[in-house]
Design a protein around this ligand. Structure first.
Ligand code: ATR
Length: 285
């Protein structure tokens, strides 16, 4: 029988992870089967352990179960520890290892697929929820010149900056701070990342037009269609990208953690774009 993996969430039917991992398996010759598990909102632990006890080798975790996946893990990778979040579990010999692959996914998509130089660049990160925590460490490790966080609820932006301040200082990121949206008018950025969930409701943060430097990249972690943020950014002259590449890259990192084999991502991204999946979801499996 093939080695069993799955994505677990509620809802989960939108997830593209089964299609992505099926392609990875085909391309690498790894004998895997990857399904989806709809767990009741109060039934994550039971469903995850049942899957493990029936021989499952690993899980990707999507909303709303990431905090519970953190608690289920016996150990946490360095990336999961610093993000404070888990989106992949590996079952190995009675132990459960927790990983976070979202941030690596974003960094790889920016660099490898979009040809965007983060090093030395000015980055604006919108949002201060789980998605922002998940991507901050790999983003800082790319050594941008500055990272500014904007969030509707200012206290959460402050907390995010506080959480990563030491790392940013150790990495000598020159400017690492937060600003309210209405104070962004004096700044411009090379990379503007939307890690809010506004796009899921066809909204966008109150972003001034001035934030986009010439040649800026506007990146929305939501995938599956142009979002109001992407349309706005394109209207301001920026290059707009959705989060499909991040999704495929985080899946490739999960595959590598489970199988020790790194699948090619470009063909899968192209395939999903051709299929034109009209699915709207954010940041993760
Ligand atoms: P996730 O895990 O996806 O980050 P979350 O923890 O609920 O989800 O965080 C959602 C983020 O999107 C928050 O930063 C939220 O801003 P607040 O902290 O002020 O709530 C942000 N967000 C959601 N809708 C938004 C909107 N319409 N405009 C601006 N920010 C929005």
């Amino acid at each position: 029988m093939s080695d069993q993996y799955a994505v677990i969430g509620n809802p989960v039917e939108h997830s593209l992870s089964p299609a992505i991992h099926a392609e990875f398996g085909r391309a690498t010759g790894e004998d895997i089967a990857y399904g989806r598990i709809l767990a009741p909102l109060d039934g994550f632990r039971t469903a995850a352990l049942r899957f493990r006890d029936e021989g499952g080798r690993g899980l990707n975790i999507t909303l709303p179960f990431k905090p519970e996946a953190w608690r289920l893990a016996d150990s946490h990778s360095a990336g999961a520890l610093v993000a404070g979040a888990v989106n992949a579990l590996k079952f190995e010999g009675g132990r459960i290892a927790g990983h976070n692959t979202d941030g690596i996914g974003l960094a790889r998509d920016l660099k490898d697929n979009l040809g965007c130089t983060v090093r030395g660049g000015r980055v604006l990160l919108m949002g201060a929820g789980g998605a922002s925590y998940g991507v901050m460490e790999p983003l800082l490790r790319e050594l941008p010149q500055s990272v500014v966080v904007a969030n509707r609820t200012v206290e959460k932006a402050k907390a995010l900056i506080g959480h990563f301040a030491k790392l940013a200082s150790d990495l000598r990121v020159g400017r690492f701070t937060w600003l309210p949206y209405d104070r962004l008018t004096n700044d411009s950025f090379d990379i503007v990342i939307n890690a809010t969930s506004a796009s899921l409701k066809d909204g966008m943060p109150p972003l001034p037009r001035e934030v986009f430097a010439p040649g800026a990249l506007a990146y929305d972690m939501v995938y599956g269609r142009d979002t109001p943020f992407m349309t706005f950014a394109a209207g301001c002259g920026a290059r707009a990208a959705d989060g499909l590449g991040m999704l495929v890259e985080q899946a490739a990192e999960s595959f590598f953690i489970w199988r020790g084999v790194r699948p090619a991502t470009g063909p899968v991204i192209r395939l999903l774009r051709q299929k034109g999946k009209r699915i709207k979801a954010k940041g993760g499996p």
